[in-house]
Ligand binder design. Structure first.
Ligand code: C2E
Ligand code: MG
Ligand code: MG
Ligand code: MG
Length: 282
């Protein structure tokens, strides 16, 4: 009966719930200390043109190394940081560190554009224009060497509030990209109104091309829209030569993914792509 079911359900779920809330509590507390203890680190994934695989940029991706030595990816703590109100502090650190690194590379003769992921909350709640201006000033990085990625879901949900801030970012001289493009529910009309320069095709559309006719059509459609609107495109999550050849045959200008390189530490990145290595074939 219902009583038995209720009791069983309780018995089944209670330990899991307790464990989940315990992990949450620990993560929350740990994350609060992570910045002070310098436990956050940025890894960089190269971005390249499809012809000749010339590397022109790097996407900064945050990781958290706990005192226990466990490396936690952003998928496990960014949402928590948003809920805990920590995303602004973390976001400012990411901006500052990415700009500092990009300037270091620039001075070392490695002129990369660094892309930084923004949480939607950073755009609607904080002073994102001030934060970016400060990161640029402190590092001395030229604004043209910084790109900010915003997600399509955010763009659609907050187009009006966010628009003025995005325009403010553009006025600083930086570029904006729509991350995970194609995964939102969109009329696409926002592309006309928002000051974005680049679409990043979501990895989920790349995984099964060539081969999956639907995904092939979607990728071709995105490229066509971008071309007509004068937008740049970066395909994400390219894992093999077949995918890259397919993208090249459709005229996709740029890509990133494990085929070129997984995200690297700054030192690994410099080692592999530094000293004239940008022009080197992948
Ligand atoms: P994203 O911006 O779409 O980043 C791409 C993700 O795909 C990265 O995961 C990257 O490691 C992974 N990836 C790249 N190439 C390949 C590939 O060829 N195959 C596969 N299977 N995966 C690939 P990561 O680093 O775990 O980041 C996950 C997401 O976390 C990012 O998605 C981004 O939305 C968010 N994120 C990362 N860093 C930050 C940050 O500093 N701030 C904010 N707000 N979000 C961040
Ligand atoms: Mg991204
Ligand atoms: Mg993405
Ligand atoms: Mg993503």
């Amino acid at each position: 009966g219902a009583k038995a079911l209720k009791r069983n359900t309780w018995m089944f779920f209670a330990p899991e719930l307790a464990a989940a809330s315990r992990e949450r509590f620990t993560m929350d507390t740990g994350l609060r200390r992570a910045l002070d203890r310098q436990e956050l680190v940025l890894h960089y994934q190269p971005q390249a043109r499809v012809d000749g695989s010339r590397v022109f940029g790097a996407e900064a991706l945050v990781r958290w190394t706990t005192p226990e030595g466990e490396v936690i990816g952003p998928g496990r703590f960014i949402a928590l940081a948003e809920e805990a109100g920590l995303i602004h502090t973390i976001g400012r650190w990411v901006l500052g560190e990415a700009c500092r690194q990009a300037r270091e590379w620039e001075l070392a003769g490695l002129p990369l554009r660094v892309a930084v992921n923004l949480s939607g909350l950073q755009v609607v709640q904080g002073d994102i224009v001030g934060d970016v201006r400060e990161a640029l000033e402190q590092s001395g990085l030229s604004p043209s060497r910084l790109e900010l990625e915003i997600t399509e879901g955010f763009v659609i949900g907050h187009a009006d509030e966010g628009l003025e801030r995005l325009n403010g970012l553009r006025r600083l001289g930086i570029e904006l990209a729509v991350d995970d493009f194609g995964t939102g529910y969109s009329s696409l009309s926002y592309l006309k109104r928002l000051p974005v320069q680049c679409l990043k095709i979501d990895r989920s559309f790349i995984t099964d091309v060539p081969g999956d006719p639907d995904d092939e059509t979607i990728v071709a459609a995105i490229l066509s829209i971008a071309d007509r609107l004068g937008l740049d495109v970066i395909a994400e999550g390219v894992e093999n030569a077949t995918q890259l050849d397919f993208l090249r045959s459709l005229g996709c200008p740029a890509y990133q993914g494990d085929y070129l390189s997984p995200p690297l530490t700054a030192a690994e990145f410099t080692e592999r792509w530094g000293a004239g290595g940008l022009a080197r074939e992948a």
